[in-house]
Design a protein around this ligand. Structure first.
Ligand SMILES: C=CC1=C(C)c2cc3[nH]c(cc4nc(cc5[nH]c(cc1n2)c(C)c5CCC(=O)O)C(CCC(=O)O)=C4C)c(C)c3C=C
Ligand SMILES: [Fe+2]
Ligand SMILES: [Fe+2]
Length: 352
């Protein structure tokens, strides 16, 4: 059957609309997070921890000393203990970290689309699935020409941010062709990130009928040695805390910056979160608001370590009210912040 003129026109229109969409979507954003086990079970934890703790960015002990310790002791004992902790926070949809990260990618795509900037947005995990290299390959195979890698860590640390970069670079080394790449190092003082945190605290105060005696801001720790060797992480955490306190109008006596999740026997950044909460309770502080501004998604470290373990320690030491403020998760102000951070890094990247 010969094509009618209208059939022809429809074909041309749809071909050109595909081409326009393809041209616009030749830019992509890859949101990268830490990753999480596939299941709250000892075998899944063993796979996850082997990858995580086998990363030389995370444990900087010489391989010849560390690997026997990791495989001989840690991977025999820790998986079962950690699996039980994960089981206490697991949801029907999976690990909270995975659920929130996937949702952030979908929302960010929607936000940018509405702002007239349709770009592909995928998420990837440094440890576990979906892997960073596999997602970069998906983008490459789809014809993406420019990719912005955006780690979901507001504060830069070699243990986290640089490790994402290592993984991107490892994929590049294996690739014949790859998109132009840009990389976000940190956004610890970005006004929209600070504003999103402030908004989440104010909303919490509104729900609770006002501020507690103290706002505790707990960040993930790193070994103190890393900071001495030049990691800017601690300074960036202090900056975030100071800026947030400033926006909230909190004087120095109204907030406390602490570091959580110490791993191993070495000295980590201090003050440690749980002992600080115990000291506050013993010193007569009755009510605390507790938040984790360095985590953009709720995860094991916030839901179990802070909202379960640290809560119990505070109440046991005589505290009366432990009020946990959830992470930014799917907070619209946070997605707006992410879209602005992305737009600023995409600016000037010409369309073909
Ligand atoms: C927010 C930034 C993070 C930094 C910095 C960080 C450093 C760091 N972590 C470990 C060891 C572990 N961390 C674990 C879990 C974990 N860590 C972060 C974030 C940072 N880590 C997150 C978001 C999570 C939770 C992931 C989840 O699935 O919900 C774990 C695994 C759990 C356990 O067995 O305790 C370990 C181990 C080190 C050694 C380190 C810096 C040197
Ligand atoms: Fe960690
Ligand atoms: Fe922990």
């Amino acid at each position: 059957m010969p094509a009618s003129p209208s059939h022809h026109a429809a074909q041309t229109a749809s071909a050109s609309s595909i081409q326009t969409t393809a041209a616009r979507e030749s830019t992509a954003i890859l949101l990268c997070n830490l990753g999480t086990p596939d299941a709250p079970t000892a075998p899944a934890l063993r796979r996850y921890l082997a990858q995580f703790l086998g990363d030389p960015r995370v444990v900087e002990i010489p391989r010849a000393l560390w690997l026997p310790l990791l495989y001989g002791i840690i991977l025999r004992t820790r998986p079962a203990k950690s699996a039980a902790k994960y089981a206490s926070i697991w949801t029907e949809e999976g690990s909270p970290l995975a659920v929130w990260t996937a949702k952030q990618a979908v929302m960010l795509r929607g936000w940018l689309g509405e702002a007239g900037q349709p770009v592909r947005v995928l998420h990837a995990m440094r440890y576990g699935q979906p892997a960073i290299g596999a997602q970069l390959q998906v983008l490459q195979d789809a014809g993406v020409r420019r990719a912005l890698v955006l780690p979901l860590y507001p504060q830069y640390s070699a243990t986290t941010t640089a490790s994402v970069f290592d993984d991107v670079a490892a994929w590049v080394r294996r690739s014949r062709c790859f998109p132009e790449l840009r990389f976000v190092n940190d956004y610890h003082d970005h006004p929209d990130y600070i504003a999103a945190l402030a908004q989440s605290v104010r909303a919490h105060w509104q729900r609770e009928g006002g501020p507690a005696d103290k706002l505790v801001m707990s960040f993930h720790g790193i070994p103190e040695r890393n900071v001495r060797l030049g990691d800017p992480y601690a300074e960036q955490c202090r900056n975030t805390a100071r800026l947030l306190a400033q926006v909230l109008g909190l004087g120095e006596d109204r907030y406390l910056l602490t570091f959580q999740s110490r791993f191993g026997k070495a000295r980590w950044l201090e003050p440690y979160t749980e002992p600080s909460l115990v000291a506050l309770a013993q010193g007569g502080t009755r009510r605390v608001d507790v938040m984790c501004p360095g985590f953009t998604s709720d995860c094991l470290e916030t839901l179990e370590e802070i909202n379960q373990e640290a809560r119990e320690a505070f109440l046991h030491a005589g505290g009366q009210d432990f009020r946990y403020i959830p992470c930014l998760n799917d907070n619209p102000a946070w997605i707006t912040a992410l879209s602005r951070i992305a737009q600023q890094h995409l600016a000037g990247w010409s369309q073909p």
